[in-house]
Design a protein around this ligand. Structure first.
Ligand code: TYM
Length: 329
């Protein structure tokens, strides 16, 4: 049995990248493993969200988790900010994290490029908080998309470093994981890069049919293949990649064949992709709406999750404090 921990930042609604990168296998894993799924609301503060939006964002992600099949009776679902032990471990791990290694992390460099006016210390130590999230439950597996791999490497390094420094086997080295499959990167609809919350290129799990059609029909393509067997440009390859996740294999092959013999019409490809996305997202969106309408249930899930998560975290913190040398008088 594995201990599985995964989180999603409450920066906005969840999109297909979050689903296929991290969420899709949660429902399958939760019965065979000890699973902790949380909402990374502290991590969302690196971009200074408006206080009036914070709670609504968290609530939405909680509803989305449940809509994707996480069962609070099987798994522990909680808010990061409900478990103060995480921030204690974060502080302790900061003492064994080196600024040089954090500055060299590719994700930090990306953030510095993206938000040059707000390079706060929380951005630098973002992976340290993430490591605390993960090892606080002594996780062995962490379902994530490919973009989080550098953070998992830091987590493994910190777990190892802690064990060596305090001559213990307190923390296992957790692995980035996607249920036996390769880690994935879902591309956006804008022709380059990954689908992201702040990129304006995402299809959200809460999108309605009209919105999905509009977004997909506007997706970037190219002027079409001019010779059989021509290599695909990135924007077109991206549409095929998304199609590979939501469409029937026969449908994907049909359009690939058309691409190869230069008869493809991107308008048809997009129409098909939009319809397949709609079929895929419709039941999830409907469950999100049901969950959001049930405030009392969400409150109960969050309260019970916090209690279970704290019990697990408190055990680890007790052990960590003893190893470091803190002693009660
Ligand atoms: P976040 O909120 O950016 O993304 C949540 C999860 O979705 C995955 N993901 C993607 N996967 C494939 N293709 C994409 N385009 C795509 N976009 C997002 C991410 O890899 C991630 O698994 N730092 C984390 C949140 C976090 C966390 C943790 C995750 C905090 N503590 C501990 C795991 C364990 C983040 O920002 O994810």
């Amino acid at each position: 049995m594995d201990i599985v921990v995964s989180g999603i930042r409450s920066t906005g609604n969840l999109h297909l990248g979050n689903y296929f990168g991290a969420l899709r296998n949660f429902a399958r894993m939760q019965h065979e493993n000890r699973c902790f799924f949380f909402i990374a609301d502290y991590h969302s503060l690196t971009t200074h969200p408006i206080p009036a939006d914070l709670h609504g964002n968290v609530k939405h992600v909680l509803a989305e988790y449940l809509a994707c099949g996480i069962d609070p009776l099987a798994a522990t679902i909680y808010l990061q900010s409900d478990v103060p032990e995480v921030t204690e471990l974060y502080l302790l791990l900061n003492m064994i994290s080196y600024t040089g290694e954090l500055e060299r992390t590719t994700t930090f460099k990306d953030k510095v490029r993206n938000q040059p006016d707000n390079v706060n210390a929380g951005l630098l130590t973002y992976p340290v908080l993430m490591a605390a999230d993960i090892i606080i439950h002594k996780a062995t597996r962490v379902p994530v998309g490919k973009d989080q791999q550098p953070h998992l490497e830091i987590t493994r390094k910190l777990a190892r470093r802690f064990n060596t420094l305090y001559k213990s086997e307190c923390f296992p080295e957790p692995e980035a994981y996607n249920f036996g499959e390769k880690l994935v990167k879902i591309p956006g609809l804008d022709g380059s890069g990954k689908m992201g919350k702040s990129e304006g290129n995402a299809v959200y799990l809460a999108d309605d049919e009209k919105t999905i059609r509009k977004k997909v029909m506007r997706a970037v393509t190219d002027s079409g293949p001019s010779a059989p067997g021509q290599k695909m440009s990135e924007p077109v390859r991206n549409l095929f990649t998304i199609m590979g996740f939501v469409s029937q294999p026969g449908t994907v092959q049909h359009f690939k064949d058309q691409y190869d013999d230069c008869t493809i019409r991107y308008g048809d490809l997009k129409k098909q992709l939009a319809e397949d996305l709609i079929i895929f997202i419709r039941p999830i969106r409907s469950r999100i709406e049901d969950m959001l309408a049930n405030e009392a249930y969400l409150a109960r899930v969050a309260a019970e999750g916090a209690e279970k998560a704290r019990a697990s975290a408190a055990q680890t913190i007790k052990e960590v404090r003893e190893l470091i040398g803190f002693k009660p008088f």
